[in-house]
Design a binder for this molecule. Structure first.
Ligand SMILES: [Zn+2]
Length: 205
């Protein structure tokens, strides 16, 4: 792993730490097919949050225009809120879901192309959707675990539900120890108790 990549991961982790405390980027960028996941275990509190481009789940990234699109958003949110469907905690950490939430968030950004002003009317809105409008799902879960040290692995099942999700950049913070991994359909699991090697406080999987 190069130093540049380690630095990037550090930035990612700090961005995500901020995100966890309610500072989600409103105008950030995302890459279609890629999600970001943060798992934080501190004492008995397990906080999991992730963001994923809406297009990878429901095929569009604008406010719902039809009842069908509204239903697609609602059904994705319902699935995402259900932690049991979205990930698996192996071992016996005895975690109980305290609360979960799933938001459909419209974002506006470009991909290094021309800047676009915010929409001022319907025509501008349509233009924006095609050129600068994006949307993401922002999902959070809060668990309380009575045996947190028994947590063996975290398996992200998002790939089974949504094949358009190609990879998920993941940061894991356990008792202030940070680690990182990129999860894919063929490697959806983070082993909590294994590191191939570590650099400083970073565990590299
Ligand atoms: Zn997008």
């Amino acid at each position: 792993m190069s130093l540049a990549r380690i630095l990037l991961l550090s930035v990612f982790a700090s961005c995500f730490s901020a995100a966890l405390y309610g500072e989600y980027r409103q105008h950030g960028t995302h890459v279609h097919g890629e999600g970001e996941l943060l798992v934080v275990l501190e004492d008995q509190a397990l906080d999991i949050s992730f963001r994923i481009p809406a297009g990878d789940l429901i095929g569009f990234e604008h406010a719902a225009r039809t009842p069908e699109e509204e239903a697609a958003i609602a059904s994705a949110k319902a699935l995402l809120r259900d932690g049991d469907q979205v990930f698996t905690l192996t071992g016996a950490p005895q975690c109980e879901l305290v609360r979960s939430s799933a938001l459909f968030a419209l974002t506006t950004h470009d991909h290094g192309e021309e800047e676009t002003e915010g929409p001022t009317d319907n025509a501008a809105q349509a233009q924006e959707d095609e050129h600068g409008q994006h949307a993401e799902f922002h999902v959070r879960y809060k668990y309380q675990c009575t045996e947190p040290m028994e947590l063996e692995a975290f398996v992200f099942n998002i790939f089974e539900h949504y094949p358009a999700v190609e990879k998920v950049k993941t940061a894991l913070i356990i008792s202030s120890e940070q680690s990182a991994a990129t999860l894919t359909a063929s490697q959806p699991e983070i082993r909590i108790k294994e590191c191939r090697f570590s650099i400083g406080s970073w565990c590299v999987f």
